[in-house]
Design a protein around this ligand. Structure first.
Ligand SMILES: [Mg+2]
Length: 248
């Protein structure tokens, strides 16, 4: 089913993934480039939507801020583990107790395997293998083993060239629902945009609320495949945002 992209921001609430959606994926998480016009376009769009725009990312909020400086936005970081709420208040879910022990195990695993990158996000650990794709099975295996150390608290979150361990009760859908419960989001129609498996719950939550799910790119099969609009790549997302923001 082809669904139509919105052309005006009035009445809408935007939930935007960052990597692979707003910005292009780079070989390493630190290597991404934020196009110069993007922070100001997002600000303009947020203003036109009366503040109902949130960045919803696997990255932590401090890193999101650094990427989009000097602008700051309502944000949900580490898959909904930490927030900057619309009034500016910062909220963090508890950090899973098993993470330090798991981190030590993964550091030892990574030490003998060039090309793997362990990212500590505070609430989550991400093991990237973009520079060593032949290690995909090994990475999946070690993550499945160590996640059991925190079985009640942690869940695996596979993504593009990465396997992550995040708090079991955090999700991007949870972030959308939490933000939609209060102003300026409440009462608007949610529009969720994302490119990866971690975005699926958020896209479906938006749709379940009568909103719109927008997928970016292709190449992975998604549960929401048949009931969403589609943008080809981050470049197309940025063009759409510029138009919604009234710039292009
Ligand atoms: Mg993404």
């Amino acid at each position: 089913m082809a669904l139509v992209l919105p052309t005006k921001p009035e009445g809408l609430a935007f939930f935007l993934d960052v990597d692979g959606t707003l910005i292009d994926i780079a070989p390493t998480p630190g290597g991404v480039v934020v196009p110069a016009a993007l922070p100001a376009d997002l600000r303009r769009l947020a203003d036109r939507a009366e503040g109902a725009l949130a960045l919803v990312s696997g990255r932590d909020v401090a890193t999101i801020d650094r990427l989009f400086a000097p602008e700051t936005f309502t944000a949900a970081g580490v898959h909904g583990s930490e927030y900057r709420l619309p009034g500016g208040e910062r909220v963090r879910l508890p950090v899973p107790a098993a993470l330090p022990e798991i981190k030590r195990e993964l550091e030892a695993f990574v030490a003998g395997r060039p090309g793997l990158l362990l990212e500590d996000k505070g609430h989550a650990l991400a093991l990237h293998y973009r520079l060593a794709p032949e290690r995909a099975d090994e990475v999946a295996g070690v993550m499945e083993r160590v996640v059991r150390l925190g079985a009640d608290e942690l869940a695996l979150q596979p993504g593009k060239m990465v396997v992550e361990m995040r708090p079991r009760h955090a999700s991007k859908a949870g972030a959308l629902l939490r933000l939609m419960a209060s102003p300026p989001f409440a009462g608007r129609m949610p529009v969720a945009v994302g490119d990866d498996l971690t975005d699926e719950t958020m896209l479906m939550a938006a749709r379940d609320m009568g909103g719109l799910a927008i997928g970016v790119g292709g190449g992975i099969s998604r549960p929401s495949e048949r009931e969403r609009a589609q943008l080809a790549d981050p470049d197309a997302v940025r063009d759409w945002i510029a138009r919604l923001a009234g710039r292009a």
